[in-house]
Design a protein around this ligand. Structure first.
Ligand code: C2E
Ligand code: CA
Ligand code: CA
Length: 751
């Protein structure tokens, strides 16, 4: 529909344009037509504009002003013709037409004010235009004072010259003007040329029969066609006029203005009017040229700044950093600190890029503040993109800066009511004054050190050491192997194994289930714990694949144990955020269980609280479905991060797993947190499992505090599936009915 209408309008616009050209040619070619044209053409133009207004119903009165202007313009030569005045129409009429035209320009100018604040370059543009307009004013006064025969003609020509400059400038500096605006602009330019030509011949309007009359015909009809085009509704809107081209085009747009002083002088000369004295031309020309140079310098400076600064934070970018690094280091050498936020990707993914950007700005403020305080204004802060910041500072203060930065980032950042942590890892590389290091190498070293800091758990700084490179190389190889491991059968990179760590009832020591913990049986490195490769899985975006492998393995194992007639205890599987973001999670898990013939009560899922799941995301729905089907949901690592009660309300959680760090403090008399969590859990009807129980003292204290279940080295380390089955699940009884769930004491002896 729309495209058909657009095509129609494009075609009909072309048809009308051809018609207008034909009319202009006819006036030129057939002298008999010239007389009637003086009346017919303006009337047609006014009628077209009124028709356009009726068809498209634009807002505001700009188009009515256009109609009025055309009527006045049409009346002038017609009056001149009918009254037989050889010197043209009455001056008042000419001025009235000119006043209406000025009204339209003002109307547009006023609409522009709503636009954005003028840039410094934009303000200089205005000065250039003001200088040119002042010159015209002076010219007009000079002509008036000289009492020249046709002051009006010369004045009109002067205004025309300026209009010509302004219109040309406008055409060059705006982008994506609608068709209607282009037609108006062309009509305006033709009118100005026509006026100028008449003035130069000492007349106000062309006499019927003069060739330039065809210009007027074309211009008038173009005004009418502009009104017919559907885009006429936006031809005068503020957005149309504020949509500028690039700064370079705006700069080019000043060129027509530079020519105005000389053109003015020439017009006055040609009209035989005593204009301003000749010296005004070079003086104003020089002034305008100087202003244009200033304007160009301002534009250049802005782009130089942009080339070396990051648009979001206005900190130095990589180029700006290179420039700072090109300065020789002080006698004590200098250090480059590379800072990378620890969980920035999660913030971006969970809360959106606007929140991420706001967080980066607050981090910038803290960095700049810390560097200013410690290094007394000698350090440079840069942003290399994403969440990577760099500080280049004298070595003497760099160590303190690192500490100060990390402390400054410990205070949570509040963005739009969200409390966010902006923990960071910092890598430090040093450069001695005697042995300068190229920036690229310095950055690589800092990056290697930063990576080491991150691998060590984040939230810390690490100094570069050559041995770190080997570690990085090792990780690089491992990263490729992880991809192949999870892509499918690749025996040369080993295989994944699922180990089981028993969960016990603290008081009795009875095993009530297990947590499945993944390991990587690696051909060179032996049995790798999750810490050694989970981060690589994550950076390769393979979390969901890993979860799927472990889930499949656990369900298969449960099914086998079932077939063997062993005790049926639940197993808890850890899920990453990637799995929870999958809307098909519940379907997948339930299908898996059904296919293997494993009851839903035998599978538990552990989710981690600081994953900050969106409450309206797919996780809440999936977990609710799973819960309804009988799969328990456990909240892992409870007590380590920001803990929201809302989280417990929104997600169908049955068990809180108290983090090892909280449990570890229990025996040292620091039991308040555990007591509080236990009380809250009891009130909410949740069970608590204490993780990382290592000593009998911890166990005793936890029992006193009312915690019912535990998991830890005191009871058992994670076991291979075979060991777990043999020690906990009892002997295989391959055939016959499944045994009752007796309270058989599958106790794993405490060491
Ligand atoms: P987690 O879920 O908190 O798992 C408990 C970790 O604590 C396990 O480390 C376990 O071996 C260890 N642990 C248990 N008892 C004690 C104790 O008494 N003292 C000490 N010091 N540690 C104890 P593991 O197996 O290295 O797993 C580390 C983390 O890796 C897990 O923390 C979990 O977040 C993740 N993970 C492990 N397996 C999987 C998996 O299959 N899938 C996913 N997505 N994540 C897994
Ligand atoms: Ca866990
Ligand atoms: Ca845990």
């Amino acid at each position: 529909m729309t495209s058909r209408r657009a095509r129609w309008s494009a075609r009909s616009t072309w048809a009308l344009l051809v018609g207008a050209l034909a009319a202009a040619a006819l006036v030129l070619a057939v002298p008999a037509w010239r007389g009637p044209a003086v009346l017919v053409v303006p009337t047609t133009a006014v009628a077209l504009v009124v028709l356009g207004i009726a068809l498209h119903r634009p807002r505001g009165g700009a188009w009515w002003l256009v109609a009025l202007m055309l009527a006045l313009w049409g009346a002038a030569p017609w009056l001149a013709q009918t009254t037989g005045r050889a010197d043209g129409p009455p001056a008042a009429l000419v001025w009235a037409g000119q006043a209406v035209a000025a009204g339209i320009v003002l109307h547009v100018a006023r609409g522009r004010e709503g636009g954005r604040e003028p840039s410094p370059g934009g303000r200089l543009d205005l000065v250039v235009i003001a200088a040119v307009v002042a010159l015209v004013g002076a010219q007009l006064v000079a002509v008036a004072l000289a009492d020249h025969g046709d002051a009006t003609g010369v004045a009109v020509a002067g205004v025309d010259v300026v209009l010509l400059g302004v219109l040309l400038r406008f055409a060059v500096s705006r982008r994506a003007l609608p068709v209607s605006s282009w037609l108006l602009l062309s009509a305006g330019l033709l009118t100005v040329v026509y006026d100028l030509s008449c003035s130069l011949h000492g007349r106000r309007t062309a006499l019927p029969g003069e060739a330039v009359q065809s210009l007027a015909v074309l211009a008038l009809l173009l005004f009418g066609i502009a009104a017919l085009h559907p885009s006429m509704t936006v031809a005068f809107t503020a957005e149309t006029f504020t949509r500028r081209r690039r700064p370079s085009a705006a700069l080019l747009g000043l060129l027509p203005l530079v020519a105005v002083p000389a053109a003015l002088w020439w017009v006055a000369r040609s009209a035989g009017a005593p204009g301003l004295p000749g010296w005004t031309v070079p003086v104003t020309g020089a002034l305008v040229a100087a202003l244009c140079l200033l304007r160009a310098a301002a534009a250049l400076r802005a782009s130089e700044h942009l080339a070396e600064h990051d648009p979001l934070t206005d900190l130095a970018n990589r180029r700006g950093l290179a420039r700072a690094h090109a300065e020789p280091p002080g006698p004590g050498g200098r250090s480059l600190l590379l800072l990378d936020l620890d969980d920035f990707k999660e913030v971006n993914d969970t809360h959106g890029h606007d929140v991420g950007d706001a967080l980066l700005l607050q981090v910038r403020d803290r960095l700049v503040g810390a560097v200013r305080e410690v290094c007394a204004g000698t350090g440079v802060v840069a942003r290399l993109g994403g969440d990577e910041f760099v500080v280049l500072a004298p070595a003497a203060c760099a160590g303190e800066v690192a500490g100060r930065l990390l402390r400054a980032l410990q205070v949570p950042v509040v963005v739009r009511g969200l409390v966010l942590r902006a923990g960071a890892s910092v890598g430090v590389a040093r450069e001695d004054a005697a042995a300068p290091v190229p920036l690229a190498e310095l950055l690589t070293r800092a990056d290697v050190a930063m990576y080491a800091a991150k691998s060590a758990g984040g939230g810390r700084a690490a100094d570069f050491h050559p041995a770190m490179r080997e570690e990085v190389a090792r990780r690089y190889t491992l990263s490729g192997q992880v991809r192949r491991l999870l892509a499918g059968r690749a025996p040369d990179v080993g295989h994944l194994e699922v180990h089981h760590q028993p969960l016990v009832e603290l008081a009795s020591g009875r095993v009530v289930g297990a947590e499945a913990l993944v390991r990587w049986r690696h051909p060179q490195h032996g049995l790798l714990a999750p810490d050694a490769f989970l981060a690589l899985v994550s950076t390769n975006d393979l979390d969901a694949e890993l979860d799927a492998v472990v889930l499949q393995e656990v369900v298969d194992q449960l099914s086998r144990w079932r077939d063997q007639g062993r005790r049926e205890l639940p197993v808890a599987v850890n899920l990453t955020r990637a799995s929870l973001d999958d809307p098909d999670l519940a379907d997948r898990v339930l299908t898996l269980l059904a296919d293997a013939g494993v009851p839903t009560s035998q599978l538990h899922l552990e989710i981690t609280e600081h994953q900050q799941l969106a409450v309206d995301g797919p996780a809440a729905a999936s977990l609710a479905d799973l819960r309804a089907a009988g799969v328990e949901v456990h909240l892992d690592d409870y007590g380590t991060g920001y803990t929201s009660l809302d989280y417990l309300r929104r997600f169908p959680v049955q068990v809180l797993k108290l983090d090892r760090s909280v449990v570890g403090a229990v025996a040292d008399g620091d039991a308040q947190l555990v007591a509080g969590v236990q009380a809250m859990a009891a009130a909410l009807g949740l069970q608590v499992v204490a993780e990382g129980v290592e000593t009998p003292q911890q166990r005793a204290r936890l029992i006193e505090l009312g915690v019912r279940y535990g998991q830890g080295y005191l009871f058992s380390r994670p076991l291979t599936a075979r060991d777990y089955a043999d020690r906990v699940l009892g002997p295989a009884r391959s055939h016959g009915p499944h045994p009752q769930r007796t309270a058989a004491p599958g106790v794993v002896a405490a060491p």
